[in-house]
Design a protein around this ligand. Sequence first.
Ligand code: BTN
Length: 259
Amino acid sequence: MVEDSLSPAAITDGLATRFIGQEVTCYPSLPSTNDVARRKARQGAKEGTVIVAEEQTAGRGRIKRRWLSPRGSIALSIILYPPLAYLPSLIMVASLAVARSIEQVTNLKAQIKWPNDVLLNDKKICGILVESDVRGNKVDYAVIGIGINVNLKLSDFPRIAPLATSLSREMGSDVPRLKIIRGLLAEAEKLYLALPDGDSVFKQWRDRLVTLGKEVQVSSGEAVHKGIAESVAADGSLLLRRPDGSLLKIVAGDVTLRR
Ligand code: BTN
């Protein structure tokens, strides 16, 4: 078992960031790190503050799904105060940061499934939930919630086992969560600070999407669309070429690859 205790000092000491991860609070157990982060953001927490939980008892996923965060996984939320124009890019920042950090620590190649699931060998290793409050054209706050399956035995979680994996399963041994967290905070800051420079973050995210060029089924609200995932727009939407030749822009949804 690798030495793996998470504490604010262990996460922040020597962390080469200006603000992301310079303030960290760790909890043994929380319903959801995103809920605590939202509360702290409303109270004016510093930009870059990170909330970490050893386990979540009511972790939330996209589309009102539940997210399992037992001990051994990573559950954290980052508080940001971005300009409105950067809001759609936060899923790109987060998924790229997670993918890069996993690669740095494990040497495994990570992929991104539109919009922001991180996969290893075609199975989900990480989910990301970005939540924000916007008033008029001002973002009050944004919270990036990140859940990573790190040291988990998938056989203990039969409901997710067919579609999910964990770092320990892919590596055959436990992986230090601390290294993954520090890596992803540093990468997230680099990418976030690069947003004013143009579309380089968008291009890196687009180029990692396993979804593009594939035949997919996209559930979006009540609707289910089928077609070829042709490309993505700079705001993160998926452009789906339908069998009748029309191009559909999908802002949010859940993609299944059709083989
Ligand atoms: C998804 O794939 O549906 C997104 C899952 C996001 C899970 C993370 S874990 C940390 C943060 N707190 C939550 O309640 N959810 C996010």
